[in-house]
Ligand binder design. Structure first.
Ligand code: AMP
Length: 541
C-alpha cells in the first residue's frame, strides 16, 4: 500500500502554500475534493464577494479562505489529526460555512448537527461521532452544556461569536494552515446523521470525492454561475445543504447566509439582493407562496427555487411559477449526498398550460448528471414497465452514494446490497422515463422537510410505565407536510392521559417529533405480529 494513501500528509507539508504540495500522484491524477473549489475562488476572484452574512457584512473569497485556514490551524493547534471529527451545532452562518472548508482542509471530518434536537439526542450523536471538538452557537450552548463533561473524546467546546475563549479569539490566535487536499479522495469529509428506520440515528459518511461530484452535479442541475446569488433558506446541516455549501463556491456565486427562514424576510432579500437561487423543503415553498401571493408583481430577476426532501404539491409549484420563480424539483437522501434525481424541464413542457406543467414538475424526474443509474425494480429485481402505474423500489448506483454508515457494517451491507443503494422509496416509471415517488417502504415521517423515525417515538412512549404498545404514523398536514400521530395501548391497570404522554415525550425529544394527537386503542396486527400501520393511517383520513 502507498504509505500515504490512507491518510493525509503529515505536519511537514502542512505549512506549505500549495494545497497539493507533497502529495503523491501525477499530472493527471489529483484527489477530488471540494476544498479545491475555495482555492480556485480565492485564487481567481479573491476580492469578489463570496459570502454576505446575516448582518450584511461582505466577505471576500480571499477572506473566507483565510478564516478557513485559521480554523484549520486552530484544529491542528488543538492536536487534531487526520480522520478526527469536528462537530458544529449552529444555525446557518459564516462559521458553519467556513467549517465546510477549514475542517476537511485540516484532514478532519465535519459533523454538522441538526439544530432542532433535544439535549439527550446531542449527547448520543456526539458520542457516536466521537467528536473531538465542538463549535456551538451561544443560542444552542445550553443544549450541550450538561453532556460535554460526560464525553471522553471531546477536547474543546468553542462558543461562536465574540467573547472570552471564544471561536473568534481562537481563530485570531491560530497559525493559519493551508487547506490541504486529501492524499486519498475517498477519505471521509463529513458525517451526517439520519434517523433511520430502525430508530437509532445512523452516521452517513461522505467522502471528498463524492462531495466534489455531487456539488458539481448541483451546479449542473441548478445552473449556478459566477453571477448567481444563492440565498441560504436550506439548513446547512441537512446533507451539507444538499452540497450547496460547496456547489455555490464551485460556481464562484455569492452565498447569502440566512440563519432563520422567515417568509417576509426571504421575499425581501430575494428582491433587494436579486437572489437567483434558493432551495428548501415543500413547507418553505408553501410559506413563500402564502406570503408572496399577497405581494403585487413578480420579482425583477429570474430566480430558481429548488424544492426537495418531500414531494411538493403542483398547486405550490404553479403559484410560485406565477411569481416569476422557476421551480426545480429534486429528490434525494442523506445517503446520496442530497439530490440524486432532478425533474429536468423538457422543451415541450413550455407549450403546456400552467396546471399541466406544474403536475409534470411535481414528479421526481431523472437521474442527475453525476448519478450512474436509477432504476425502479420489483422484488425480483426486474425493472417495472414505464406505465406510470406499476410500483417498485427505487434503487441507485452512483459515485455519489455514501461511503458507509459510521461503525455499522451490517446496516451498510443491507443498504448497499447487490451493488445498489436501496432507497426504501416506492416509485413508478412514466412513459417519458421520468420517475415519480408514490410512497415509502419505511415509516419515517417527514415533518417540515425533516425526517423523524416513528420507531424512535414509539420506543420513548414505551418507556412510560403505563404504556404497553405504541405505533406512530404520519398524518398529512397542510403546513408541515406530515405530522406524527400516535396510537397507544395502555397496560392493564395503567393510567395516563394524552397530555401526560405528550409532556413525557417533550422532555425527551425535539418538539417536532412529538405526536400531535394520541389515540388510545388496541393495535391491529398482521399474522406475524407486525402492527398494520397502513390501517392506522387510514383511520386518520
Ligand atoms: P433524508 O435522508 O432525511 O434526506 O430523507 C430522504 C427521504 O426523503 C427519501 O428516502 C424520500 O422518502 C424523501 N424524499 C426526498 N426528496 C423527495 C421528493 N422530492 N419527493 C418525495 N420524497 C422525497
Amino acid at each position: 500500500m502507498n504509505p500515504v494513501s490512507d491518510g493525509y500528509e503529515g505536519q511537514a507539508t502542512m505549512e506549505s502554500s500549495r494545497p497539493d504540495e507533497g502529495l503523491p500522484g501525477a499530472a493527471n491524477d489529483v484527489a477530488l475534493s471540494p476544498v479545491s473549489f475555495l482555492h480556485r475562488a480565492a485564487d481567481v476572484s479573491g476580492d469578489d464577494i463570496g459570502v454576505r452574512t446575516e448582518t450584511g457584512e461582505a466577505v471576500s473569497w480571499a477572506r473566507l479562505r483565510t478564516r478557513a485556514e485559521q480554523l484549520s490551524g486552530a484544529l491542528r493547534g488543538l492536536g487534531l489529526e487526520a480522520g478526527d471529527r469536528v462537530a458544529v451545532l449552529a444555525p446557518n452562518g459564516l462559521p458553519l460555512l467556513e467549517a465546510h472548508y477549514g475542517v476537511p482542509g485540516a484532514g478532519c471530518a465535519l459533523v454538522a448537527l441538526n439544530t432542532r434536537l433535544a439535549p439527550q439526542e446531542y449527547e448520543l450523536l456526539l458520542r457516536l461521532a466521537e467528536a473531538k471538538v465542538l463549535l456551538v452557537d451561544p443560542s444552542l450552548a445550553d443544549k450541550v452544556a450538561d453532556a460535554a463533561p460526560r464525553l471522553p473524546a471531546l477536547r474543546a467546546v468553542l462558543t461562536l461569536g465574540p467573547g472570552d475563549g471564544a471561536y473568534e479569539d481562537c481563530l485570531r490566535a491560530a497559525d493559519p494552515a493551508t487547506l490541504r487536499l486529501p492524499a486519498d479522495e475517498r477519505q471521509p469529509l463529513a458525517v451526517n446523521f439520519t434517523s433511520g428506520t430502525t430508530g437509532g440515528p445512523k452516521g452517513v459518511v461522505y467522502t471528498h470525492r463524492g462531495s466534489y461530484l455531487n456539488a458539481l452535479g448541483q451546479v449542473h442541475s441548478t445552473g449556478l454561475r459566477s453571477d448567481s446569488r444563492y440565498l441560504w433558506t436550506l439548513p446547512m446541516f441537512h446533507c451539507n445543504g444538499w452540497c450547496h455549501t460547496w456547489a455555490v463556491t464551485a460556481a464562484g456565486a455569492e452565498h447569502l447566509v440566512l440563519p432563520k427562514v422567515e417568509p417576509e424576510r426571504v421575499l425581501d432579500l430575494m428582491e433587494h439582493h436579486r437572489v437567483t437561487h434558493l432551495c428548501g423543503a415543500p413547507a418553505v415553498l408553501d410559506s413563500l407562496v402564502e406570503h408572496g401571493g399577497r405581494r403585487r408583481g413578480r420579482f425583477p430577476q429570474r430566480a430558481l427555487f429548488a424544492v426537495g426532501g418531500a414531494a411538493p404539491s403542483p398547486t405550490a409549484i404553479e403559484a410560485m411559477t406565477a411569481l416569476g420563480v422557476d421551480i426545480m424539483h429534486l429528490y434525494g437522501m442523506t445517503e446520496t449526498y442530497g439530490p440524486s434525481l432532478v425533474c429536468e424541464p423538457r422543451p415541450e413542457w413550455r407549450g403546456f398550460d400552467a396546471p399541466r406543467r406544474a403536475s409534470v414538475l411535481a414528479r421526481q424526474g431523472v437521474r442527475t448528471v453525476n448519478v450512474e443509474s436509477a432504476r425502479v425494480v420489483t422484488e425480483s429485481f426486474e425493472d417495472v414497465p414505464a406505465d406510470g402505474r406499476t410500483t417498485g423500489e427505487l434503487i441507485i448506483r452512483s459515485n455519489t452514494v455514501m461511503s458507509h454508515y459510521l461503525d455499522d457494517e451490517e446496516a451498510t451491507r443491507a443498504a448497499l446490497r447487490g451493488g445498489w443503494l436501496h432507497t426504501g422509496d416506492v416509485a413508478v416509471r412514466h412513459p417519458d422515463g421520468y420517475l415519480e415517488i408514490r410512497d415509502r417502504l419505511k415509516d419515517v415521517i417527514i415533518s417540515g422537510g425533516e425526517n423523524l423515525s416513528s420507531i424512535e417515538v414509539e420506543n420513548a412512549l414505551r418507556r412510560h410505565p403505563a404504556v404497553a404498545e405504541a405505533a406512530v404514523v404520519a398524518q398529512p398536514h397542510a403546513r408541515w407536510g406530515e405530522v406524527p400521530v400516535a396510537f397507544v395501548r395502555l397496560r392493564d391497570g395503567g393510567e395516563a392521559t394524552g397530555e401526560e404522554l405528550t409532556d413525557w415525550l417533550r422532555e425527551r425529544m425535539a418538539h417536532f417529533k412529538v405526536p400531535r394527537q394520541i389515540h388510545f386503542s388496541d393495535l391491529p396486527k398482521t399474522s406475524t405480529g407486525k402492527v398494520r400501520k397502513a390501517e392506522l393511517r387510514n383511520r386518520l383520513q
